[in-house]
Design a protein around this ligand. Structure first.
Ligand code: LLP
Length: 430
């Protein structure tokens, strides 16, 4: 199986986190997001333990854009991770979940004055400052407060990860951050050091997402530490924190590699120690911001099959009761997924079809050309590894209501997010 929390029971039904998914579909309806709390916790601990072991001082900060809802923030808080937040909506959700915001890192390439005020008022620990304009806004808004606002400066080290363009963010011409190559990184550092109401804690870079080895982290941290070494020499500033962003990939399909995160973190720590010695720096606190690798394999989506359409000589379609509204990732990035017919997992796979949603949009495809046992109406299709960037990217296109999220923990299921109702859909219509 694609992940060890997926299995098959004696009824030939798919199981997830030990429970029969067909039973869950019956009880909670479809489409339905399932999440495995134990797997989320296990993934958190992998980062926490490895970073704690291999770095002098370290904090994994869950990139909550991958899946943001109150229960998620509670789990992350219980596991002792920080968070990366990118909007006041995420900050507000975390706050309402009781998350200690001093461990929050506030990203975004365009924070409005309202965003800055909201974050400062509510005690967000760190701003990850994208550009000079933002730095001036924080300095202006924080004036008169008793506490300096801690910041990291987001820099672009000029690295291309060769992952999908939309998730590739470390290049010089990226919309994120200040580039080292152009001198803008030095300029924003100089400014931050001169400001009275700002406390410069260090630098941040994020190179890409769905990364399968540590090569980009080696190259990224080497460039960042060389820059920090130059800053130390020129301005006498000693780097306190270095954030390496998010990025380790997950296995969506059998052909994706399996990644040993702890072993990779050990290698990254070695390369950081070497670079620190080379550039005469004390080893800074290291932050990593995993999102996908915390939640992706902790998720599964269930759908009911509706229409089966066969176009002789052309192709077949299996239409399900969800689609790009709950999972836009194939439509956006051409992302691969592993699918099952959950109520007859081991039946012969004899039918090749595009599994499509029911939006008025031809690109509303969950996965093209999948070979499965031929389903009939009301069979259950399970899409694996949907815990990251599915619920958080869901929309109400075509006025489709968003599914519920059911968490499974120690053999028991509970709702973490309820299904949107028709009234929820018109709640803001005046
Ligand atoms: N830190 C920063 C600054 C980021 O921009 C991101 C992701 C992360 C951390 C988390 O990266 P991860 O560990 O999840 O790879 N919607 C796309 C992914 C966009 C990622 C954007 N930034 C997708 O569905 O693949």
């Amino acid at each position: 199986m694609i992940c060890n929390n997926i299995g098959v029971n004696e009824k030939d039904h798919l199981t997830f986190a030990g429970l029969d998914v067909c039973e869950l579909a019956k009880k909670y309806g479809t489409p339905l997001y399932l999440m495995d709390e134990g797997k989320i916790r296990e993934n958190c601990r992998t980062y926490k333990e490895a970073m704690g072991k291999y770095f002098k001082n370290a904090l994994p900060a869950y990139a909550s854009k991958a899946a943001a809802f109150k229960r998620m923030y509670e789990i992350i808080s219980e596991e002792g991770l920080g968070i990366d937040v990118v909007s006041v909506g995420e900050i507000y959700t975390a706050m309402k979940a009781g998350f200690p915001l001093e461990n929050a890192y506030f990203h975004s390439n365009n924070k409005t004055d309202f965003d800055v005020e909201f974050a400062i008022e509510n005690g967000v620990g760190y701003f990850v400052v994208d550009n000079e304009e933002e730095l001036f806004a924080i300095e202006r808004i924080n004036k008169g407060n008793s506490k300096k606002q801690k910041v990291l400066l987001r820099l672009t080290p000029g690295i291309d990860t060769h992952t999908y363009e939309a998730v590739n963010t470390g290049k010089v011409d990226s919309k994120f951050g200040s580039a080292i190559e152009t001198g803008q990184a030095e300029e924003i550092t100089r400014l931050a050091l001169e400001m009275d109401d700002i406390e410069l804690m260090g630098f941040h870079c994020h190179i890409g997402s769905q990364v399968f080895d540590s090569d980009t982290f080696f190259r990224g941290s080497e460039i960042m530490l060389a820059f920090a070494g130059m800053i130390k020499e020129k301005y006498g500033y000693e780097l306190k924190e270095l954030s390496l962003g998010g990025g380790y990939g997950v296995k969506y399909v059998e052909s994706d590699p399996e990644i040993d995160i702890a072993a990779n973190i050990r290698q990254v720590s070695e390369s950081i120690k070497t670079a620190c010695a080379k550039y005469k720096l004390a080893e800074p606190k290291i932050i990593m911001e995993p999102g996908r690798s915390i939640v992706a394999d902790a998720g599964m989506t269930l759908y009911s099959v509706g229409t089966i359409k066969q176009i002789p000589g052309y192709k077949n379609y299996i239409s399900i009761d969800g689609g790009m509204t709950d999972n836009p990732r194939y439509a956006l990035y051409g992302s691969a997924y592993t699918l099952f017919v959950a109520n007859k997992v081991s039946a012969p796979a004899d039918f090749t079809a595009d599994v499509v949603g029911r939006c008025c949009e031809s690109d509303d495809i969950i996965q093209p050309a999948v070979t499965l046992p031929k389903p009939v109406r009301d069979d259950i299709i399970a899409v694996c590894t949907t815990g990251a960037y599915n619920y958080s990217m869901a929309s109400n296109y075509n006025r489709v209501a968003r599914p519920a999220i059911v968490m499974i923990h120690e053999g028991k299921a509970y709702q973490a997010v309820k299904r949107e109702s028709l009234d929820d859909l018109i709640a803001n219509d005046l």
